[in-house]
Design a protein around this ligand. Sequence first.
Ligand SMILES: C[S@@+](CC[C@H](N)C(=O)[O-])C[C@H]1O[C@@H](n2cnc3c(N)ncnc32)[C@H](O)[C@@H]1O
Length: 502
Amino acid sequence: MRTEELPEQFLESMKRMLGTEYQDYISSMKEDTRTALRVNTNKITPEQFMDICPFHAEPVPWNEKGFYYNADVDMPSKHPYYYAGLYYIQEPSAMIPASLLPVEEGDRVLDLCAAPGGKATELSAKLHGTGLLVANDISVSRAMALAKNLQISGTKNAVVTAETPENLAAVLPGFFHKVLIDAPCSGEGMFRRDPGMVKSWCIHGPEYYAALQAEILESAYVLLAPGGDMVYSTCTFSPLEDEGMIQSFLKKHPDMTICEVPRHPGYSEGRPDWVPDGDSSLENCVRIFPHRAEGEGHFAVLLHKHGKAGDTCDDPEMWDINGTDMKSDRISEACPDGKRRRKQSGKKSRNHISASDSREKKQKNQEGIEDFFQMLLPETGIEIKKLSRKKDIYVAETLAAGQMKGLRIVAGGLIAGNDKNGRFEPSPQLALALRGEDYLQRIDLPAEDERVIRYLKGETVLVDKPYKGYVLFCVDGYPLGWCKGNGSGTMKNKYYPGWRMQ
Ligand SMILES: C[S@@+](CC[C@H](N)C(=O)[O-])C[C@H]1O[C@@H](n2cnc3c(N)ncnc32)[C@H](O)[C@@H]1O
């Protein structure tokens, strides 16, 4: 980037902070940014991925799932593995916050500022289908993109909300074992990657964001259970938004302390000396500077809330992922087509399958759905009897009765399928939440087979076997979506149009 475009006030503050290193920072701003991907362990281990990786990949030092790639040579966002959700393309420093949060299987985890989902997809991978992930963003349109990314990553146990942190805190106090706040910030660390951020910085700088971050942190504190952990991160250098924000938060909340985290090559320490009366524990914060590491500017800190775990909200009935009836009165589903379907309140929209409208339609639905579920292995845990019916959508619910009442839910649980003109049609999300071996009837082609790209473009695909009914279309064993056979070997493409390769 052209460093002359950087605001003088910003450069002055960097000069004060960096001293003799300032020139190195300025030189680094003229270099190219590094590009990276993070392997999605919901689907594949880093070792398995490296065995099939078609790109030149080098490890990111602070995340064993992260790999740099060369954007001049490789285009991972155009590869079928991307469509199969095997990895998420992510700025390397942005891999730090979720990696610091010690998520354990079974945890209730909240990502408070989650869109478009870089960290939420990693939190989902850490949960590995257990517990609960609530991924929230204040913006409805960004929350829709977040829901899509979680679907492609194969997440089954998430609720996506578009709420203010205060509203969430009012409904779910002390509910979460782990909370991540990837706060909206002045974005100084992103200037090199996205020079457009400079303009936004001139409109809203560190003072503006610091006020917002303090409010968000207060709600996060309420949402976190005693004994729980919280990560706060920004992509800015401003001490006002980083160490200063944490220093004042800790002063308000003596039951919160900063935790030590493993130090990886490229990490710089937090700087207590950059804020008034900075506590020495602020050294345990993590900073990334582009002149010292292969990544953009970032700040992250892990905090622990003292107190007895389980003091609040530990009734499993309230959050069992096999719960049946989500009684939120403002539910809307993020449909893959990006349109929002608002649920009507009242019994009709929440009926169970067994209470379908007409007997004839019900019979048809049951036939279609049973044929389909005979092909789905019981180990998936997705069973007809556990599905609820919301209008024409079949959902494997995530939260039980009324727990999120009054909140704006964009997507909740796994959409298993739709009622299409009286017949069951499996959903694109379900395909991506399965392993190839989960469905008995499948077509599995290598990534190099031209039919894979044809499938992703929505074209008809020809195969040797005369399949009938729904078939799971896989690339190298990893599901991409559904197709449907009529016994002739010509497969009708059921890949979701909104996700097609252009
Ligand atoms: C740094 S971005 C998050 C990036 C995301 N964590 C990821 O890894 O993809 C900050 C997000 O905070 C959201 N946001 C802004 N103000 C918010 C608020 N008061 N509460 C919750 N989210 C907010 C923005 O819409 C934006 O998506």
